[in-house]
Design a protein around this ligand. Structure first.
Ligand code: GLN
Length: 221
């Protein structure tokens, strides 16, 4: 069981006719923040599970109305070109760009990192990034022969051992702006970066049972 009961599962509210407690009731701590996961395409389901395990109200986001109700958002891995197209078609692109401009905290992983970058190389010519974090990326930058690999990475802010990072046709970060903090590297390439309310990973943190990066993101809200 999660240490933080989900708000939706909470049964703390008294029903009419309940006996009045004679002493103050013990109030469980409930994380009421609603964290959306963009669910147009790609690896969104495991992010929802990870966030729910962290105790917050995790919801799939496919419409502008659903985005409106979120306190933060995860942009999952998948295929950034397809996701860019579906963002246009679903009418989510403009509302998401507006929320990013207002400082919406976002955790972008793999394709999600590509969408948030300042510029993309080897993308589709019509693929417009949100320019929410001052990094440049190259799609599929780790090359065919190492399309997928795993690495134990040391993450600034995680003191209890390395994090097993799963890279799948991952982007390479080719430039990092001066206001970006690099939180982890593989072979001198940044793989986890943060600028203000935006965190990006070139790997898939949702594919292991280790929720520490989701918790680190939630702590930053
Ligand atoms: N190569 C994919 C892209 O360009 C990203 C891969 C992933 O998200 N695992 O969008």
């Amino acid at each position: 069981m999660s240490a933080w009961p989900n708000a939706a599962g909470s049964t703390l509210a008294p029903e009419p006719g309940d006996a009045q407690p004679t002493t103050a009731p013990e109030v469980a701590t409930v994380d009421t923040r609603r964290i959306g996961v963009l669910a147009l395409q790609g690896a969104f389901a495991r992010h929802v599970e990870a966030l729910a395990r962290c105790g917050c109200d995790a919801v799939e986001v496919r419409t502008a109305e659903q985005l409106e109700n979120c306190d933060a958002l995860v942009l999952p891995g998948g295929e950034s070109t397809t996701m860019s197209m579906l963002l246009e078609r679903s009418g989510l692109r403009q509302p998401l760009a507006a929320r990013l401009g207002q400082g919406l905290p976002v955790f972008g992983t793999c394709a999600g990192m590509i969408l948030l970058a300042e510029s993309i190389s080897d993308g589709r010519p019509d693929q417009e990034p949100f320019r929410a974090i001052d990094i440049d990326v190259r799609r599929n930058g780790y090359g065919r022969q190492v399309d997928s690999f795993e690495a134990d990475i040391n993450v600034a802010g995680l003191d209890d051992g390395p994090f097993r990072a799963v890279f799948i046709r991952a982007p390479v970060v080719t430039r990092v702006g001066p206001s970006v903090d690099v939180l982890a590297e593989v072979d001198d390439d940044p793989v986890l970066c943060r600028m203000g309310s935006i965190t990006v990973a070139s790997f898939h943190p949702e594919l292991t049972d280790d929720d520490r990066l989701h918790r680190l993101f939630l702590q930053s809200l």
